[in-house]
Design a protein around this ligand. Sequence first.
Ligand SMILES: C[S@@+](CC[C@H](N)C(=O)[O-])C[C@H]1O[C@@H](n2cnc3c(N)ncnc32)[C@H](O)[C@@H]1O
Length: 246
Amino acid sequence: MSANKPAAGSAATSASRQKAIWVRETRFGRWFLSTHTWYRYVLSQAIIDFKGLLAGRLPAQPRILDAGCGQGMAFGLLEQHFQPATITGIDIDGEQIRKATAAAAELATPSTAIHGSASEAIFPAESFDLILCHQLLHHSSQQQETLAEFYRLLPPGGVLLVGESCRSFIQSIPVRLLFRHPAMVQKDAQGYIDLLRDAGFVFTESDIQTSRPWWSRRCLGMAQKLGIGRDITEPTEILIVAKKPE
Ligand SMILES: C[S@@+](CC[C@H](N)C(=O)[O-])C[C@H]1O[C@@H](n2cnc3c(N)ncnc32)[C@H](O)[C@@H]1O
C-alpha cells in the first residue's frame, strides 16, 4: 500500500548532488545495521525511550516520516508503538531503500520507502505529524538544511524525535576503523541541542535523555568493569523529543 507520495514534479536526489552530500557507510557498517545487536540494543531501545519521553504526547494516528530509514528496521517498531496512519521512509542509499521497500510491504499500515535525501524538498509542506530521525545527523554534512526541511514538513505542534551518537563515540578509534562518516560534522550532546533550537524546534530539559550505553563504551565497557583504563565520561548518545512551535 502507498502512504505519502513525493510532490508531483520532485525528483530523487541527482547522482552528482548525492555524491557531494553523502559519504556511503562501509560494507561492515551496512551489515551491522542489519544485526540483532543494532535492532535490540540501539534501535528498539531508542523507540522505547522516545515513547517514555513523549509521555502521552504522541499525536493520534500520526503520519510518520522515518528520515534516514536505512533498511526500514524501525517500521515495525513504529507500527507497534505509535499506531500510525501512514509510515514513509526516506534514505539516500538505494541499496538500503530496496530492503526498506520490502519491509514496508510487510506492514498492515500504509507504508512506502523513497530514495532521496532528507535535506531536499521532496514532500509537500506539513506532510507528516511525527518525524523519526534516528542516527542520521552524524552521517550528514547537511544538518541545518535537513532540520529546516523537517520544520517545513511538520505542522505546528508536530513532533521531531532525534536520536544521535555524539562526537566522543563517533570519533573513537574502533568506530573510525569500522565505519565511515563525513568529517567534522559530529557534535557533542550540547551541540545537537543547540542545532535543534537554532532550527526553531522547542523542547525542555525533560525532553532530553543522554546516556553512555555499553556498546558505546571503550572495549564495550569491559575495560571499565575490570578497572583498567579510563572510559569516556561524557554522554555518547542523546535522544531529544522536539516540537515545531504551536
Ligand atoms: C546509521 S544509519 C541509521 C538507519 C536507521 N535510521 C536505523 O536507525 O536503523 C544512517 C542512515 O542514514 C542514511 N543517510 C545518510 N545521509 C542521508 C541523507 N542525506 N538523507 C537520507 N538518508 C541519509 C544512510 O544511508 C543510512 O541508511
